[in-house]
Design a protein around this ligand. Structure first.
Ligand SMILES: Cc1cc2nc3c(=O)[nH]c(=O)nc-3n(C[C@H](O)[C@H](O)[C@H](O)COP(=O)(O)OP(=O)(O)OC[C@H]3O[C@@H](n4cnc5c(N)ncnc54)[C@H](O)[C@@H]3O)c2cc1C
Ligand code: SF4
Ligand code: SF4
Length: 342
């Protein structure tokens, strides 16, 4: 008798940024996590693919052909620092798997299995934005990261200001910082609605490098300072966990304590769907709490800069061309901060 073989859905721990998107979206609760890894329960995942496109890093789009009886357990996956290699044909044959069974499972199209209760499961992915607005600019993603040609990009801290009140009324624990990172001469193109991740230095309680923490970009595409290769973040210092127990969040405290001139290892950019439309008549509704306003600051500031540029252009054309000047030849690159047309 041949062993049953499955296409096991796995998450690549090297590039997963622990953003929780997949766990929030999975309609059948197949994804779980500990303080380190996000993992998929092989016996629960029905290969519906709802989690694939929302994942900002692509780490969730990993599959291994394995005999069902030795499918990787949750306990195994939680300990991984990297994905196991695909089993070879010889290894599968040794495990009693027929060649035809392997071919069948590899060709099989993912299908949604009915819920055993007979009820239709709620598919939140059907309501999420997995496609960017049609007029959004093209977003670059994963330019720097464990699987990219460049593993990290070094950013220099050029600004770090506490933006929440200090004192008894504000609460000593409510400490949010506006941090500006400069990428010097290295390319780091971003759009409003994207995020980056920072790699805090040091090791976690298991002696492994801390995993990356993600932060929304709070500045427009042409920089916190227009035309400069920089961006801003809005980071809340985590001093208590979700149950109110005192903790010292690794990355938020590291970032909030940075001094001007310090350097930070960054990966990203991430996110290609939560982008703003560029067509001028688009309506945008913004809802957020706390530092969730960061991307909205980026979006409103970009709109403000566009409007100001348009007003300046109108004023210039009303004033007529300066003596001896040649006619304009068109808009410049929208990422440059100059004049442009959409
Ligand atoms: C897409 C995305 C964008 C994000 N953008 C921002 C942003 O713009 N600004 C920002 O400040 N954060 C943002 N975050 C959250 C950020 O990535 C970190 O999770 C947060 O800073 C905590 O990391 P830490 O290393 O300080 O805490 P950790 O060391 O990872 O956690 C310490 C403990 O605190 C708990 N904890 C973690 N975060 C919180 C919290 N917010 N409140 C209460 N308890 C918490 C953890 O469960 C853990 O028990 C974003 C996350 C995602 C997925
Ligand atoms: S493929 Fe579907 S069932 Fe499997 S983890 Fe992703 S969302 Fe959940
Ligand atoms: S990066 Fe992808 S796999 Fe990792 S937690 Fe986010 S959505 Fe899930």
């Amino acid at each position: 008798m041949t062993e049953t073989v499955i296409k096991q859905h796995l998450i690549d721990p090297e590039i997963c940024i622990r953003c929780n998107t997949c766990e929030a979206i999975c309609p059948v609760g197949a994804i779980t996590h500990d303080s380190r890894n996000y993992v998929v329960k092989a016996d629960v995942c029905n290969l519906c693919m709802a989690c694939i496109s929302p994942c900002p890093t692509g780490s969730i789009d990993n599959w291994r052909t394995v005999p069902k009886i030795v499918a990787y357990s949750i306990e195994d996956q939680l300990l991984w620092d990297e994905l196991p290699a695909e089993l070879t044909e010889e290894q599968l044959a040794q495990a009693g798997v027929a060649e035809t069974a392997v071919a069948e499972v590899q060709q099989a199209a993912p299908s949604t299995q009915p819920d055993p209760s007979g009820q239709e499961t709620f598919n939140s992915a059907a309501f999420g934005a997995t496609l960017p607005p049609w007029s959004a600019a093209h977003a670059y993603t994963n330019l720097y990261g464990p699987k990219a040609a460049e593993k990290t990009i070094t950013a220099k801290v050029v600004g770090n200001v506490r933006v929440t009140e200090v004192g008894a009324t504000a609460g000593a624990d409510y400490d949010t910082h506006h941090i500006v990172l400069d990428f010097g001469s290295m390319p780091f193109p971003v759009l409003e609605g994207q995020s980056i991740a920072v790699l805090p230095p040091g090791l976690d309680e298991h002696g492994r490098a801390h995993h990356a923490r993600q932060y929304s970009i709070a500045s427009p595409r042409n920089g916190e300072r227009p035309g400069y290769n920089n961006l801003s973040l809005t980071i809340k210092r985590v001093l208590e966990d979700h149950s109110g127990k005192p903790v010292r969040g690794v990355a938020s405290n590291y970032m909030c304590d940075l001094k001007i001139g310090d350097t930070v290892q960054v990966i990203g950019p991430f996110g290609s769907s939560f982008l703003m439309p560029n067509h001028p008549r688009s309506n945008i509704v913004m809802i957020c709490t706390g530092t969730g306003s960061a991307p909205m600051r980026a979006m409103t500031e970009w709109r403000r800069r566009l409007r100001n540029a348009a007003i300046r252009k109108q004023e210039r054309s009303a004033a007529g061309p300066p003596q001896g000047a040649s006619a304009p030849t068109g808009g410049s690159d929208p990422r440059s901060g100059g004049a442009w047309g959409h």
